[in-house]
Ligand binder design. Structure first.
Ligand code: 13P
Length: 342
């Protein structure tokens, strides 16, 4: 086992902190900017990321890592400081999304497989030279009638393991992200169905990680929580917390140093509450924290609205959310904390 990879992984899940997923591809950030009526231009993307990464209170105290997109890793603040350096100076680890997206899986109607292995070694080497010390690869597993199939999960599990091994070969900690989708086109399933599909997926992913000789102490898992589909029968937060911890205990070896959840379409407060309840349970063999995109950024994006005069308001909203999730990472959040001044 490489101590260096394990050190990076532990730094990514420091107590009371978590990861900001700011790796929206150019296409995905367009959907976010559309909500505030902002043009999807490079300077707007740069300005928005500068707002997030220079929110000092949030970055210094609650954010242990930031996932970037290729374009963002190459960008700088208005006054010329490289984003990767700004993030490192705040004590957080810069990371990079390296998959090339989920594409239709040939011969598996309605299912996707994530692409991006070709040329990955060379891309990782360049990203390392640009300051990235961890990477992310996301597999997408949709729940629908008769789906997912084991054939499609197996293809994604194999790609995740090949990606993870390549990362470790190049001094980069892989975030392994198999996302069972809660808000797909058919999201009427119940929480038990999410449990069953996630359990199967995680078992298949860890089988492949073992087969491809991935070092578990040098990786981070980024799973979905066990939740009902968006249009399925809803359940209390305590049930989500209990079922999620049960599923992870049944599938994730304790040698994995940290688990950082995606938010996946939960509201900001739901994502915070669920995480806090899990940590409050105690007795977990891994650090359990957040790696949220939407659930960390939604309020900040709205408060900013693309206007230079609102940068401070956007940063205050981001800082509040980061702080709430920092508390959730220690299991100490309660709804009353939401009223605290940002
Ligand atoms: P969400 O928290 O918005 O799901 O995004 C996290 C992420 O990085 C998905 O790959």
């Amino acid at each position: 086992m490489s101590d260096e990879l394990n050190d990076i992984a532990l730094a990514m899940v420091k107590p009371g902190q978590g990861i900001l997923a700011a790796d929206e591809s150019t296409g995905t950030i367009k959907k976010r900017f559309d909500q505030i009526g902002l043009a999807n231009e490079e300077e707007n993307r740069r300005a928005y990321r500068e707002l997030l990464f220079t929110a000092d209170d949030a970055m210094n105290n609650y954010i242990s890592g930031v996932i970037l997109f290729d374009e963002t890793l190459r960008q700088s603040t208005k006054d010329g400081r490289r984003f990767a350096d700004v993030i490192s100076a705040a004590g957080a680890v810069p990371g990079i999304k390296v998959d090339k997206g989920a594409k239709a899986h040939a011969a598996f109607p309605g299912e996707k497989v994530t692409e991006g292995l070709d040329g990955l070694r060379e891309r990782l080497q360049e990203y390392h030279s640009l300051g990235a010390r961890f990477a992310k690869w996301r597999a997408v597993i949709d729940i629908a009638d008769g789906l997912p199939t084991t054939g499609s999960i197996a293809a994604d599990a194999h790609a995740l393991a090949r990606y993870a091994a390549l990362c470790q070969e190049n001094g980069i900690v892989p975030i392994v992200e198999p996302e069972v989708i809660m808000d797909g086109p058919n999201s009427g399933h119940d929480i038990q169905r999410c449990y069953d599909v996630t359990e199967l997926t995680l078992n298949m992913v860890f089988d492949e990680l073992f087969a491809q000789r991935v070092s578990l102490p040098g990786m981070i898992l980024k799973p979905n929580m066990i939740v009902p589909g968006l249009n399925g029968p809803q359940v209390p937060a305590a049930e989500i917390a209990e079922m999620t911890v049960a599923c992870l205990k049944a599938t994730v070896p304790p040698a994995v140093p940290g688990i950082a959840f995606l938010s996946g379409g939960q509201t900001e407060e739901q994502a915070t509450e669920n995480l806090s309840l899990m940590n409050a349970m105690g007795g977990l063999p891994w650090a359990l924290t957040f790696s949220y995109g939407r659930a960390l950024q939604q309020a900040a994006l709205k408060a900013w609205g693309g206007k230079p005069e609102n940068v401070a308001a956007g940063q205050a909203a981001f800082t509040h959310r980061a702080k709430m999730n920092g508390m959730a990472a220690s299991g100490t959040w309660s709804a009353a904390n939401e009223k605290m001044a940002a």
